[in-house]
Design a protein around this ligand. Structure first.
Ligand SMILES: Nc1ncnc2c1ncn2[C@@H]1O[C@H](COP(=O)(O)OP(=O)(O)OP(=O)(O)O)[C@@H](O)[C@H]1O
Ligand SMILES: [Mg+2]
Length: 296
């Protein structure tokens, strides 16, 4: 089995689920819970519970939250290689989920912003392993040197590489061209519809995917309730529908779970359709529980 190395962000998510429409400037009843989060760490957690061999490289604060996040990852079976930042706190994200179930994030990267190339354990970058680089690490200017170093170490070790588009707004702030240029050489790009639009200017996801195959040999575009599609430059992209869900409790982590679910069968050289279906299956699991990670 291919060992997967995820380089990325680690957060504590405070998820506030409003039970009524938001009363701006006033008070809205909600259920508020705390969870391990961070897109990269979530992907690592879903991979580990699905039986993949996975290491996670990231940065935490010297605080209780950081210790909890570290222990959680070990509980999932992730080989957690966290560097402790002496000053910055563990990253924190406020997730506001409206009564309709859509979510908005307010994120403070904390220690994630200081990830440096010295934090990358060289023993993980070995031939035959796979690197998944979380888009957040590349998009955040202060952790970008670490992201670029990870890409370069993976290239030198002849590892396969996947990257994701993090989130549309920060991606747009960075700009499409720098993102496409920095990730040049990656084998697989995983983005959602909004990120595909930012990167290509195309509204239509299949068209955006086609444009993106000029940059990446293989491209996955997640389509929310419409599932996901895969393109590799051949005329017909593969498409898998999202399974119908009785009850989506909280959409956070759906995209990360999808990514994890797609990656392992893709690395096992299974047909793209099968990998898409597996991605949608894990996304459904994530959407049916509160918080972005699997429940142990
Ligand atoms: N409304 C929905 N109904 C059913 N499945 C959904 C819905 N929204 C998302 N999904 C599932 O989750 C996957 C990822 O969702 P999406 O396309 O929104 O990616 P994302 O924006 O990266 O994820 P997230 O919104 O969790 O950050 C989809 O491919 C689909 O399988
Ligand atoms: Mg989404």
């Amino acid at each position: 089995m291919t060992r997967i190395v995820v380089v990325g962000d680690l957060m504590t998510d405070t998820v506030a689920r409003a039970t009524l429409p938001l009363a701006r400037g006033s008070d809205t009843p909600a259920t508020v819970t705390m969870h391990g989060g961070g897109s990269g760490a979530n992907i690592a957690a879903w991979l580990a519970v699905e039986g993949s061999e996975v290491a996670f490289v990231g940065r935490r604060g010297a605080d209780i939250a950081g210790r909890n996040r570290d222990m959680e990852l070990m509980g999932y079976g992730v080989d957690a290689r966290l560097v402790m930042d002496p000053e910055r706190p563990t990253g924190t994200c406020v997730v506001m989920v409206t009564h309709k179930g859509d979510h908005t994030l307010l994120s403070d990267p904390g220690a994630n912003a200081a990830l440096s190339r010295d934090d990358l354990p060289e023993d993980l970058f070995t031939p035959g392993a796979h690197l998944h680089l979380s888009g957040y690490t590349l998009i955040n200017a202060s952790s970008r040197p670490a992201a670029l170093a990870a890409l370069s170490l993976a290239h030198d070790a002849d590892m396969s590489v996947s990257v994701d588009g993090a989130s549309a707004a920060p991606l747009e702030r960075m700009g499409a061209e720098p993102f496409l240029e920095f990730t040049n050489g990656a084998h697989l790009l995983v983005v959602n519809e909004a990120q595909a639009h930012v990167l290509t200017g195309r509204e239509e996801p299949a068209q955006a995917a086609r444009v993106l195959t000029a940059w990446y040999p293989e491209v996955v575009v997640k389509l929310g309730p419409d599932g996901a599609l895969y393109a590799n430059g051949r005329p017909e992209p593969a498409h898998a529908p999202a399974p119908a869900l009785d009850r989506a409790v909280d959409g956070t982590g759906g995209g990360d779970a999808f990514c994890a679910g797609f990656l392992q069968p893709w690395l096992d050289k299974k047909p793209p359709y099968e990998a898409l279906v597996n991605g949608c299956r894990l996304a459904s699991s994530a959407r049916s529980l509160v918080g972005p990670r699997p429940v142990l």
